[in-house]
Design a protein around this ligand. Structure first.
Ligand SMILES: C[S@@+](CC[C@H](N)C(=O)[O-])C[C@H]1O[C@@H](n2cnc3c(N)ncnc32)[C@H](O)[C@@H]1O
Length: 360
């Protein structure tokens, strides 16, 4: 994803988390007892709707799920416009503070944590201690949380999927942090992702809301047409040594994560041209095909292998990359496919690792 806006110092946040865990649980990266707890929480989270109250208060939980929150928030806030400074963030379902840690490393000066688990809040306060950010911890149900006037951003990381289906999430965010830019991240599985996509489809019908990402268009989400579909993002975790070692001990995917996310704010929706890469580029016989979503729904960008440099660039496109609408640049359309020729090289970003080399 092009870093359009807010940047999280992910390396700094993960280093802080790692050092904190090493202080609280020396040698955590080798401890099978912690890994067993984390594995159990991970399985429960994947297979059930929600984790038990207070599970997030555990160091094993923080060591396993903490990096996920940092990386996910960083991914989503990159879509926010940079002209709105991160100042006061309300973090709904703050758990043990990993999502708030990401916001602290995005430059937040003040963070209000809203969390029903007192022990989790206690751990969050210890995690955030020593950082240059004022922390206000509120033990409350997010559905009952009193408004926080003047907040610049509202964050809800890995919590929306735990709320009852009939909770109006947009109304909740507006009530708790009126006028704030909203960032929601959640796991990339079907129910959680579809919930955000339904939420997005409601928001794009409003003329006082700008959806910053992940979609570059305001059409209905094509992934909602068939009940079995959903759209999700996938990012590399890039864990530093001890967090990576612990992730390997836990035995779940330690390199990548799937997530769903959505960012929006108050404003006049403008034209948002372009398409976004929604899956891995596929190498087929004599061509590369890149799945994209845009105003015309789901399509493929196609590049023939004989256009060598373009072909390499297409295959190297990461999920989440935004590109100009190919038709605007003159690409030919046939069925679900936009065919790009060498004259359209300007559409594809140059990848330093893949350009200028030999045959792929
Ligand atoms: C999966 S954890 C995520 C924690 C943190 N945001 C992160 O990303 O690391 C979800 C948290 O939301 C809290 N939570 C769930 N439903 C809640 C509610 N209705 N009110 C307050 N907290 C809630 C849980 O207690 C848990 O700590």
């Amino acid at each position: 994803m092009a870093a359009a806006g807010i940047a999280v110092d992910v390396d700094g946040a993960l280093a802080h988390l790692e050092a904190f865990l090493a202080r609280e649980a020396p040698g955590f990266e080798y401890r099978h007892d912690l890994a067993d707890v984390a594995r159990g929480a991970s399985v429960a989270y994947t297979e059930t709707r929600a984790i038990e109250v207070d599970v997030a208060a555990d160091l094993a939980y923080l060591a396993h799920f903490g990096p996920r929150a940092v990386v996910a928030v960083a991914r989503a806030v990159a879509a926010l416009p940079a002209d709105r400074r991160v100042d006061h963030v309300v973090d709904l379902g703050a758990g043990s503070g990993a999502s708030a840690l990401a916001w602290a490393f995005a430059g937040a000066r003040r963070i209000t944590l809203v969390e029903r688990s007192g022990p989790a809040l206690g751990l969050a306060k210890r995690l955030l201690a020593g950082l240059d950010v004022a922390v206000d911890a509120r033990a409350a149900d997010v559905l009952q949380a009193p408004p926080v006037p003047g907040a610049s951003h509202l964050s809800a990381a890995f919590v929306v999927g735990e709320l009852a289906d009939d909770v109006d999430v947009a109304a909740l965010c507006e009530r708790v942090a009126p006028g704030a830019a909203v960032v929601i991240v959640d796991a990339g599985d079907r129910p959680r992702a579809r919930r955000l996509q339904h939420l997005r489809d409601g928001l794009v019908r409003r003329d006082d809301v700008v959806v910053f990402g992940p979609c570059p268009h305001r059409d209905p989400c094509p992934a909602l047409v068939r009940e079995r579909d959903w759209c999700h993002d996938r990012v590399e975790k890039g864990l530093p040594g001890r967090l990576a070692a612990f992730a390997r001990l836990v035995g779940r995917d330690d390199l990548h994560m799937s997530l769903a996310w959505l960012c929006w704010g108050r404003g006049q929706p403008g034209a948002t041209p372009g398409v976004v890469v929604i899956g891995e580029p596929r190498r087929e016989k004599g061509r590369a095909r890149v799945p994209v979503c845009g105003p015309a729904g789901l399509r493929f960008l196609q590049v023939l292998q004989r256009d060598k440099a373009l072909f390499r660039r297409a295959l190297a496109l990461p999920r989440g990359t935004r590109l100009p609408t190919p038709t605007a640049a003159g690409a030919s359309v046939a069925g679900d496919t936009w065919s790009l020729g060498t004259e359209l090289a300007s559409i594809l970003p140059v990848d330093a690792n893949h350009d200028g080399g030999g045959d792929p």
